[in-house]
Design a protein around this ligand. Structure first.
Ligand code: HEC
Length: 198
């Protein structure tokens, strides 16, 4: 009887299947932990929530060939420096409001959502807010009454009034400021940022 060679034996393929599955399971677990670590606030590309206490610039990085957010001097949101806990609570409230009002029914955040209205990832840095000095208040005014306070964000569409309270509007602004600090490899592309004096 002709003997089967080792590479065509059932035993060899069974062991190989088990070995490859085990190896890939380990790889998947390692990648999952790695992904979580790089998307967590306070990591290299996703700054801590307290970044809302700082000025955010958007500069061209010649080495990477993309625009990157750069945190600058102290520039507290609504004039008040927040502790790490307070900043987290405010940004989280903003995120929950954005989810509750379903903003991604029209907008995208980090590219996820709908294409009816502008991507909000860098909305904090949008030149339409005029200047860094008045931006916060103009953003709050806009969110409270988007029709009256529209500033020309490059579309001919109008955002409806969504029944947002002033407190919620401030939290949304905090969320948008924090989001603008995330290093998104230059996304969205060709984005021009607000002029900041000084
Ligand atoms: C029904 C669609 C719709 C919904 C829902 C909506 N928006 Fe908008 N939004 C728009 C449109 C349209 C514009 C652009 C208006 C313009 O060009 O004048 C806009 C503009 C904006 C801008 C200015 C964008 C920029 O580039 O600076 C911000 C900030 C914004 N929306 C935030 C929100 C938030 C936060 C929510 C949820 C609470 C939300 N929007 C829900 C339609 C929507």
């Amino acid at each position: 009887m002709a003997s089967t060679s080792w590479w065509s034996s059932e035993n060899f393929w069974r062991k190989t299947a088990i070995g490859v599955t085990t190896l890939m399971l380990v790889v998947l677990i390692v990648l999952t932990f790695h992904s979580v670590s790089v998307i967590t606030a306070g990591s290299q590309r996703v700054p801590a929530y307290s970044a809302i206490n700082q000025r955010v610039d958007y500069r061209f990085d010649t080495k990477r060939n993309v625009m990157v957010p750069v945190l600058g001097e102290e520039a507290p949101l609504f004039g008040k420096v927040l502790t790490a806990e307070e900043a987290e609570a405010l940004v989280t409230k903003g995120k929950l409001t954005i989810q509750a009002k379903n903003c991604i029914n029209c907008h995208t955040l980090l590219g996820n959502g709908s294409y009816y209205a502008p991507d909000l990832t860098k909305a904090w840095l949008d030149p339409a807010w005029g200047s860094a000095a008045v931006r916060e208040q103009l953003m709050v005014n806009f969110l409270l009454d988007p029709t009256t306070n529209a500033r020309g964000f490059g579309s001919n569409r109008r955002m409806p009034k969504l029944g947002i309270t002033e407190e919620e509007a401030r939290a949304i602004v905090a969320f948008l400021k924090w989001m603008s600090t995330i290093d998104t490899n230059g996304f969205p592309n060709n984005y021009k940022s607000i002029q900041q004096e000084g």
